[in-house]
Ligand binder design. Structure first.
Ligand code: SF4
Length: 244
């Protein structure tokens, strides 16, 4: 099991507008929110603590809608994403408690707009952290001469939420302060788990470091998809920030 922290997040303002339901950063309506977005973005950058634990474990397709993780844990899944995979990257990632505590405090004192924008900044931070993680995994896996598949998240359409139990059995979430409740919701809430198939010749490879809505497996069901906002995200290049 490996542990990694990131301190170089950006929290892209245009992504914050999208996450709080504004059309885009340049629209007249969004301009009214600019002072709030700038202020809360800076606050968020001081509150987030991006931590991740991850590992690579063996995988094989073990049934019509089932995979076997680490040779012992059967998990329901859309198996087409795992055909050709010999292992999977599993990860737990969080931005910590501090931002969501401050956001909750703002709501409590009726600073609703600040609370909403700060919460949106936290979501964007978690998106960016996810893309940093994917970039790292794609580079590691490519250097081994293997292919990566799509980002698959328990609770999405390809892997049911119950898979969280297996992820937490294989990774010690406590190492980065993340726990799994009985309802399978993580604490801190601004956390996520990730599964990426890895193999020599995957039936559904995805070799991109960037996470774009065009290639996202949840595109059809995502209410935040950039495609619905009519603006696909430009692909990031090495050394640039990446957002999801
Ligand atoms: S479609 Fe996928 S990549 Fe785009 S915002 Fe939704 S979850 Fe993120």
């Amino acid at each position: 099991m490996q542990r990694i922290e990131w301190k170089n997040l950006n929290i892209d303002p245009s992504e914050v507008y999208r996450r709080i339901g504004m059309p885009d950063a340049d629209s007249k309506r969004s301009q009214n929110f600019k002072p709030y977005v700038e202020q809360m973005r800076l606050k968020a950058l001081g509150l987030i603590e991006v931590r991740c634990i991850y590992d690579y474990v063996p995988v094989k397709v073990s049934g019509s809608e089932e995979i076997l993780l680490a040779n012992q844990y059967p998990v329901k899944a859309a198996t087409s994403f795992f055909e050709g995979a010999a292992e999977v990257l599993i990860a737990i990632q969080t931005i910590g408690f501090r931002l969501e505590e401050e956001s909750a405090r703002l709501f409590e004192v009726n600073e609703m707009l600040d609370g909403m924008v700060l919460d949106g900044c936290g979501t964007v931070a978690l998106d960016e952290a996810l893309e940093l993680l994917r970039g790292m995994v794609v580079k590691d896996v490519s250097a081994r001469g293997l292919q990566t598949g799509h980002n698959l998240c328990p609770g999405g359409y390809q892997i049911p939420l119950e898979a969280q139990k297996t992820i937490f059995a294989l990774l010690d979430g406590g190492e980065i302060g993340v726990t799994l409740g009985e309802s399978l919701v993580m604490s801190p809430v601004k956390s996520h788990t990730l599964v990426i198939p890895v193999g020599q010749k995957l039936s559904k490879p995805n070799l991109s470091c960037a996470i774009t809505c065009e290639m996202c497996v949840d595109q059809q069901n995502c209410s935040h998809s950039r495609l619905k906002f009519g603006k696909p995200k430009p692909l990031a290049t090495d050394g640039e920030k990446r957002n999801t």
